[in-house]
Design a protein around this ligand. Structure first.
Ligand code: S3P
Length: 174
């Protein structure tokens, strides 16, 4: 089984993914880290040097590669991964994949993102908090239609990492 965590930037995919992987005794891969390692470039540099379209192609390519070679894995995607090309369909069509959406409110996301903008090229240029709120609200509204296709959605606001990880484990044991 591959447990795939999806959700907006700063929804906790990587932090929760690591704890969940430990609980399940599975491996853990963060797709952004995997791309950076394989390409020997940061995500910001890929955006800057090659453009977002090239990044989206790399993202789909490595997602497909991981799904066809890995097992017993928790895989955290980038915030945009399910929203491009056939990526969401590929996840839903795979018998060995379980998709989990980590749902978080605009407020929660913005509170985290305002201190973590620099390595995220899509929001690095946004200066004021009001502009960030406006951007995240609109962007999340557009992306929600993809995220909500996941087999389970977990509302994460005000819950601990351990509690969220337990909730996901319960879903997997059903
Ligand atoms: C992106 C999210 C990022 C990273 C890239 C694009 C997005 O991952 O893949 O900067 O389109 O939402 P995180 O969700 O881990 O920040």
């Amino acid at each position: 089984m591959i447990v795939v965590l999806i959700g907006y930037m700063a929804s906790g995919k990587s932090v929760i993914g690591k704890v969940l992987a430990e609980n399940l005794n599975y491996g853990f891969i963060d797709l952004d880290d995997f791309i950076e390692e394989k390409e020997q470039k940061t995500i910001s540099d890929i955006f800057k040097l090659n453009g977002e379209i090239r990044f989206r192609k790399l993202e789909s390519h490595y997602l497909q590669a991981l799904l066809s070679t890995e097992d017993n894995l928790v895989l955290s995607l980038g915030g945009g991964t399910p929203c491009y090309g056939d990526n969401m369909k590929m996840l839903l069509d795979s018998d060995q994949v379980k998709t989990v959406y980590l749902r978080a409110s605009v407020n929660t996301l913005v509170n985290r993102l305002k201190n973590e903008k620099s390595k995220r090229p899509l929001i690095a240029h946004i200066v004021s908090e009001d502009d960030l709120i406006e951007f995240v609200a609109k962007h999340l509204f557009e992306r929600r239609q993809f995220y909500e296709q996941a087999e389970v959605g977990i509302t994460t606001d005000n819950k601990s990492v351990g509690a969220i990880s337990n909730e996901i484990s319960e879903f997997l044991n059903q």
